[in-house]
Design a protein around this ligand. Sequence first.
Ligand SMILES: [Zn+2]
Ligand SMILES: [Zn+2]
Length: 83
Amino acid sequence: MPFVKCSVDGCSRKLQPLVKPDPRDRETWIYPECDVCFRPACDKHSADVDGRRVCDRCRREAEARGARPTVIDLGLAGLRGPG
Ligand SMILES: [Zn+2]
Ligand SMILES: [Zn+2]
């Protein structure tokens, strides 16, 4: 299996797993990833925003829009409906 790498701005730094629920099964390992786009990002290319990890790419997009990055609400937004 290939290494999980940071892909922000062409970075190819290999990421170390944060947690290994099953050390023998790489599929279960948790890597540091952006909470906005869910892509892996190394420490150098991510930052904490309100307790969330946000990669440089998403931070730049948010800055371009003049707003903070919005974290995708896992499923909750759809359940509540409009209003
Ligand atoms: Zn991101
Ligand atoms: Zn990186």
